[in-house]
Design a protein around this ligand. Structure first.
Ligand SMILES: C[S@@+](CC[C@H](N)C(=O)[O-])C[C@H]1O[C@@H](n2cnc3c(N)ncnc32)[C@H](O)[C@@H]1O
Length: 218
């Protein structure tokens, strides 16, 4: 193996080892926000999640948005009268920006922390560009599925969007993708699949590249 390949491989291994380490992860994301390197941020709630939210009836559902970033979906829920919405992010900057935009959002529901260590019991968890953000090791992806399951109440649902784009093997280049088959391998042991299909109402730049899913806790 050429020296450059060895060094790249070593970099990937070190990155993977550190991948769920809160301090490293936090520093990485803090730096992305500080540099305004936030290409994922669409500035609004995504159409598919907005459409899903619009048909929810019970305003007291306990909802979590992990890796919420600027949390436009939480803002949308809040203004629609949902009373028990929680946002979680490892980085401080987006939570501070959220607080400025929504000073009346309950402070205790805006949580800075690592999803993989978060504890709670929710009726609904919304996924929006979080799965694609952490290093795509098999261990991390398995842990995501098992931890989502743990964080849901009986009959709770995990709902959201997962990128339908190839996983390239490049450990630096987000978003990290996957296929429907791969996602189902991780989710099926923990969830019954209500829907998991090509998303018809993605925002234009993501159209054809996302899957919309509704997974019910087993
Ligand atoms: C690609 S961004 C998406 C943000 C937001 N969901 C959106 O669509 O605009 C990923 C977010 O996940 C957060 N994050 C990454 N790893 C995390 C972890 N282990 N626990 C909690 N948040 C995490 C990052 O700080 C970042 O805000």
């Amino acid at each position: 193996m050429a020296l450059k390949q060895v060094s790249l491989k070593l970099k990937s291994i070190l990155f993977m080892l550190a991948s769920n380490h809160s301090k490293t992860t936090k520093a990485y994301w803090e730096q992305r926000y500080a540099a305004a390197n936030t290409g994922w941020d669409i500035g609004n709630p995504s159409t598919p999640l907005k459409t899903y939210i619009d048909q929810l009836e019970y305003k007291n559902l306990k909802i979590l948005i992990p890796g919420a970033g600027n949390a436009y979906e939480a803002e949308y829920l809040f203004f629609k009268g949902f009373t028990n919405v929680h946002v979680l992010d490892i980085a401080k900057a987006p939570l501070e920006a959220f607080k400025k935009r929504l000073p009346n959002f309950p402070t205790a529901h805006s949580i800075q922390g690592n999803f993989f260590k978060h504890e709670g019991a929710y009726d609904l968890i919304l996924e929006q560009t979080f799965f694609c953000a952490f290093p795509p090791t098999e261990a991390n992806r398995k842990q995501y599925a098992s931890h989502m399951h743990k964080l849901l109440k009986p009959n709770g649902k995990l709902v959201g969007l997962w990128f339908d784009i190839p996983l390239t093997g490049d450990m630096e280049k987000r978003p990290f993708g996957g296929t429907s088959k791969e996602y189902l391998n991780y989710f099926k042991p923990y969830f019954s699949v209500k829907t998991f299909e090509k998303c018809y109402n993605s925002i234009p730049p993501r159209l054809g590249h996302e899957l919309f899913g509704i997974f019910k806790k087993r």
